[in-house]
Design a protein around this ligand. Structure first.
Ligand code: BGC
Length: 737
């Protein structure tokens, strides 16, 4: 019925009208054929909320007062919750707000694999582990699309660096693609049903992803049966003919010469000259029409399309719930955290007046008060509000505690005057941007001035710390570093924060260290620090959620969705020199990404994949593992059922993330030491026990065999282990398949 209508509409359209539907007529809007009843498709970034409005042909925002929105936790924060329900809830908010703002497609979620800690867009992505990404992306997409808005899962595929992002050729072998870089996308389109997908900027094995027949035609369309719409990343199309012959449907870009886009006049001419077939054009138009029908933009159900809503209180509550679960407690010696109410009680009453001195908390570090919503590139958000950590503490504690703030470190102003136009500029090729060059005299002066400022702020902060009862340092990164279009050049903390932290720990060994950042940093002081808390960019309620955790009103339950190596030089990409180069990057490490690499090499990271502490404690008992040999054929058939008891053995209600890893110790192919194949988040009252059940399909035990181009399970013994982190395995069983 739907397909019939598509054919009927298609017949009425001229070549010009078809072309209009296939490319941008504004930065975030396709062309339309209103006479024929075909509206434009309205798109918007992005992953952390619906972006502000642009005029359509300029990157300077209009500056409206009605396009403030709910600011959602970044995907890295969502991933730190390890909670499918939080991912789903985030999707629901994003979809509802997008629809409320009149959008048809929301350009999210970003699900690229975190291959290297320095990738500028890591904060927008979820994890180094394909299974974790897929498990969270699928409910997120379903949540988005409930509002009759399309998700646009991005960036397909192997887009794991920003350096030379439009031109870099990523060389990835077949097994690695299939085991690491493709599964989450397959899940996103097949299980999540993402109505649209965005191709990546980079080349993959020699072909630009926007025109890769291997990727778009064979894998996505033929193999995965995808009938959604493929949208180009903005400015990622480089040809008319190849792109038209590939399974790309809509070309979007960052320049205002809309008629000159490859799918605009050049496409019309190419069809007229017989260089591109009308059949190829029609196939694209069908995909766009199908998208419109699914979204009820056209067709018999237009009257039923949801209207959406933005900035509603329920969204903020849900965002706060996610932010709470996203806080990761990395270290907590002798229960230094939480800061209990007793520690903040006012001093003894004055014998005569009864006056009681307030306890003093020194909050140190720019990230305590910095707002992050407005940065990062296309993920920027014009947030309705953003509660900073400092404000969060003040909100939670009110007037009976003396909270003093000192910036502690100095952040120099931005050098780039074209910042507002970065999106258009980002298409310029800057292959030498990472090369060292000599400092100019002016730069030397600036450097000295920065140094002077740093010393002043550091002294002031250390002096404040001396006078305080509690010291909380809030540092990390910001969107000058966690940013689109540029990779970091070091994993070290910027702004001389390491020195400041060392000095704070010197005068106050109990200083609580909070890192707010979107990707891993080296923490050379981590042995000395007694409490370390990690907070990804977690949305508008981040400061409230963080304060609740610091003050023990909420028990932390986040876990790292990526490994934090001790040193950048521990990474495989550093060792093989295959990251952040222009022109060509070979994914030499193959499937050994993240913990798969560290475990293989026996490298002890600073904090392992899946690590995260709690204020309470959990016990794992009665692990039962049963194999189901009845059905031996399908990869999706259940092969193993496991169950175990998890008990909250502490005094506080809390949640544990039970992680299940699988290993194939003897195999003709080299396999990782273990791989995540299941997880469950369990909420438990003190003393409560719950039985956790997981089912593992045969796919969980398979590897990709390049000989038969498919996943195979090699019969024999496997181990199934459960634990609270990749380096905290509590129970293990050997099974035979
Ligand atoms: C980014 C995409 C984004 C698009 C539109 C590109 O620069 O790579 O993720 O959706 O711009 O803003």
């Amino acid at each position: 019925m739907q397909e019939k209508l598509i054919e009927q509409i298609l017949e009425t359209l001229t070549l010009e009208e078809k072309s209009a539907m296939l490319h941008g007529a504004a930065f975030f809007r396709s062309g339309s054929a209103l006479e024929k009843g075909i509206p434009a498709v309205e798109t918007s970034d992005g992953p952390m909320g619906v972006r502000n409005e642009f005029p359509g042909d300029s990157w300077i925002p209009i500056g409206l007062s009605d396009d403030y929105v709910s600011y959602l936790p970044s995907n890295s924060a969502v991933a730190a919750t390890w909670n499918r329900e939080r991912a789903y809830a985030g999707g629901q908010i994003l979809g509802e707000e997008a629809r409320g703002r009149g959008k048809d497609v929301i350009l999210a979620p970003g699900i690229n694999i975190k291959r290297d800690p320095l990738c500028g867009r890591n904060f927008e992505y979820m994890s180094e582990d394909p299974y974790l990404v897929e498990e969270l992306a699928v409910p997120m997409i379903r949540g988005i699309q409930e509002s009759d808005v399309a998700a646009c899962v991005k960036h397909f595929a192997a887009n794991s660096q920003e350096t030379d992002r439009l031109w870099v050729d990523t060389i990835v072998d077949e097994r690695t693609l299939r085991e690491i870089y493709l599964p989450a996308f397959q899940g996103a389109v097949q299980r999540g049903g993402s109505y649209t997908l965005m191709n990546a900027y980079n080349k993959l094995n020699g072909e630009h992803c926007s025109e890769s027949k291997a990727l778009l035609n064979r894998i996505l369309r033929e193999e995965w049966g995808y009938d959604g719409a493929v949208i180009s990343d903005w400015g990622s199309v480089h040809t008319t003919k190849q792109a038209a012959e590939s399974a790309l449907d809509m070309e979007m870009s960052v320049t205002a010469d809309f008629d000159e886009y490859y799918f605009a006049n050049p496409l019309i001419e190419a069809v007229q000259k017989g260089e591109v077939s009308m059949a190829d054009v029609d196939e694209k138009v069908r995909n766009i029409l199908r998208l419109m029908l699914r979204l009820k933009m056209i067709g018999p159900k237009t009257g039923e399309r949801k209207q959406g809503a933005y900035n509603i209180p329920e969204h903020r509550e849900s965002i706060k719930a996610t932010a709470r679960e996203a806080v990761v407690l990395l270290k907590n010696e002798d229960g230094l955290l939480p800061i209990t109410p007793e520690r903040l009680e006012m001093g003894a009453p004055h014998p005569l007046t009864g006056y009681r001195k307030k306890k003093r908390i020194a909050v140190i570090g720019r990230n305590a008060e910095l707002m992050h919503a407005g940065g990062g590139g296309s993920a920027e958000i014009k947030a309705l509000y953003e509660i900073s950590p400092l404000m969060g503490l003040k909100i939670q504690l009110g007037g009976n505690v003396d909270i003093q703030y000192a910036p502690g470190y100095y952040i120099p102003g931005k050098k780039d005057v074209n910042e507002v136009n970065w999106q258009e500029k980002s298409l310029e090729r800057q292959v030498d941007c990472r090369l060292a060059r000599e400092e100019t005299a002016e730069e030397a002066l600036q450097r000295q001035e920065i140094e002077r400022q740093r010393i002043t702020l550091r002294k002031e902060a250390v002096a404040l710390a001396r006078t305080a009862d509690e010291v909380i340092f809030v540092g990390g990164l910001n969107h000058d570093y966690d940013v689109e279009g540029r990779d970091r050049d070091s994993m070290k903390l910027p702004y001389a924060q390491d020195q400041l932290i060392e000095e704070l720990l010197e005068v106050k060994p109990d200083t609580i260290i909070v890192m707010v950042a979107g990707s891993a940093v080296e923490m050379p002081w981590r042995e000395k620090a007694r409490a370390i808390v990690w907070n990804y960019y977690a949305g508008m309620e981040t400061g409230n959620a963080l304060a609740e955790v610091l003050l023990g009103r909420v028990c932390p339950s986040g876990k790292l969705p990526e490994t934090f190596p001790a040193l950048y030089s521990d990474t495989v990409t550093y060792k093989n020199g295959e990251f952040g180069k222009p022109e060509k990057v070979i994914f030499q490490e193959g499937i050994f990404v993240g913990y798969r690499y560290y475990e293989k090499e026996g490298i002890q990271p600073a904090f392992a994949f899946g690590h995260g502490l709690s204020y309470t404690s959990f016990a794992y008992d009665h692990l039962q593992v049963e194999t189901d040999q009845a059905k031996e054929n399908g990869l999706e058939d259940v092969a193993v059922r496991l169950s175990l008891d998890v008990t909250n053995t502490g005094a506080m209600p809390g949640a544990e993330i039970v992680q299940c890893y699988v290993a194939d110790p003897v195999c003709r192919m080299e396999r990782p030491v273990k791989e995540l194949k299941g997880f469950a988040k369990v909420f438990l009252a003190p003393g409560e026990t719950k039985r956790v059940n997981m089912e593992l399909p045969r796919r969980a035990f398979a590897f990709y065999d390049v000989e038969c181009h498919d996943f195979v399970v090699e019969p024999g013994e496997f181990t199934v282990s459960v634990g609270s982190a990749s380096d905290r395995i509590w129970r293990q069983e050997t099974i035979t398949l």
